[in-house]
Design a protein around this ligand. Structure first.
Ligand SMILES: [Zn+2]
Length: 405
């Protein structure tokens, strides 16, 4: 079934842009008065609307001014969780130290407790709500991690919930097993915990096809570089794509990511020039998470430096109950761009085809023939209005695989 959608005042195709390094706005291809010809869920052609309309019987006509971007890809979230950490947040912004928050029953273990207690249906319902908000805001592909279960049973429950959302929701969900978020409270020894995850959980995740990505938090307070190296190499041997929570407070994680061929290394707030240089040579995507900067009141990752040195930079929300409760990708990317001095092209690339690369997906993120018809339409006549409104101009129309949602 073929259908023509349009006319669009501008289509920002993001075609012919480099996968790595800086991009100038002059490199953007803007097609005016354009139509998108969709065949089933794939873009068949993008061209002059008045020409295309002669070739197509079915037309979904856009009456108002509309600028079209590819649907956004959020390459890093934790939107499957139980409970809320509003109490933690209030304590943290009031200046209370982490240990005092933990003693009051807060911190990540609070999310672990509430996620373990939650039923599968409860987790599905709350994650579905968050996925719906994301889709309405133009996010057509969303990565979701486990990692608040920390036992074989509870991690599988989370991954089952994430799969159920993917099966029932229009948004595409990419699941990641983050059992190595932190050592489970039942263990005294991190290595013993990781060995149990490798032996008992990951083979089950693989055989039940619950995720094809494995993540680990490499940090002084979580797992060491040596533990990460052993764990990720074993996960890779099991056939998983690998990724790392890297350089959030201290370095080591991103160098490991580049060494073991991780698809992405995410966070990077603590990365120095030395780490930045590694990304320039590696194929690993540098994923920056401005929502954590807002949530914790810390530094931004060095996005400008990474781009100038030749890295592939993606922007994601890290939407989670603790450090990044907002989960607004467009707003966070727009503000990051203002602080770090990113071009509009770099910010758009970081939310689309470069973010897709961080998930090892190559069928989305640009508006060209052969890509998925995942589209975000904004009620304006100038693409620059989108970041200018710093996230308040949301898409008024979103198509997932060619269908208006
Ligand atoms: Zn995270």
């Amino acid at each position: 079934m073929k259908k023509l959608i349009g006319p669009f005042k501008q289509v920002v195709t993001l075609e012919n842009l480099p996968v790595k390094g800086a991009i100038s706005d002059e490199q953007l291809v803007i097609r005016e008065n354009a139509g998108v010809l969709v065949s089933n869920d794939i873009i068949e052609a993008i061209g002059d609307f008045d020409q295309l309309v002669k070739t197509c019987d079915q037309v979904e006509r856009i009456e108002e001014d509309c600028v079209l971007l590819p649907g956004f890809v959020d390459a890093h979230t934790h939107i499957c969780f139980g409970g809320s950490r509003a109490r933690d947040y209030a304590m943290r912004v009031a200046g209370k130290p982490y240990l005092e928050i933990a003693r009051a029953g807060g911190g990540i273990l609070d999310s672990v407790r509430k996620t373990r207690e939650a039923s599968l249906d409860t987790l599905v319902a709350s994650a579905t709500q968050r996925a719906s908000r994301h889709l309405a805001e133009g996010v057509t592909t969303c990565e979701v991690k486990s990692g608040y279960g920390l036992s074989v049973e509870a991690e599988l429950k989370m991954l089952e919930a994430i799969k159920k959302v993917n099966d029932t929701h229009a948004i595409d969900i990419v699941a990641t097993c983050l059992a190595a978020h932190m050592r489970a409270p039942e263990y005294d020894d991190s290595t013993a915990y990781l060995n149990d995850v490798l032996a008992k959980l990951l083979p089950e995740v693989k055989s039940r096809k619950l995720a094809n990505r494995v993540d680990i938090f490499v940090e002084d307070t979580a797992f060491s570089v040596e533990e990460g190296r052993h764990y990720l190499n074993k996960a890779k041997a099991l056939g998983f794509d690998i990724t790392i929570h890297a350089d959030q407070f201290s370095t080591g994680g991103s160098a490991l990511a580049c060494e073991v061929g991780a698809i992405s290394a995410d966070h990077l707030e603590a990365s120095t020039d030395q780490e930045v240089a590694l990304f320039a040579k590696a194929d690993t995507v540098a994923v920056v998470l401005p929502g954590v900067t807002f949530g914790l009141g810390m530094d931004y990752a060095p996005a400008r430096k990474l781009l100038d040195q030749g890295a592939c930079v993606a922007i994601a929300t890290d939407w989670n109950p603790g450090s990044a409760p907002m989960g607004d990708l467009l707003m966070q990317a727009a503000v990051l761009g203002a602080v770090e001095k990113l071009t509009t092209a770099e910010t758009f690339a970081g939310m689309t085809f470069r973010a897709a690369k961080a998930l090892n997906l190559h069928d989305r993120g640009q508006l060209v023939a052969g890509q998925l018809a995942d589209l975000a339409g904004f009620a304006t006549s100038d693409y620059r209005e989108i970041l200018y409104h710093q996230g308040k101009l949301k898409p008024h129309k979103v198509w997932k695989r060619g269908k208006l949602v």
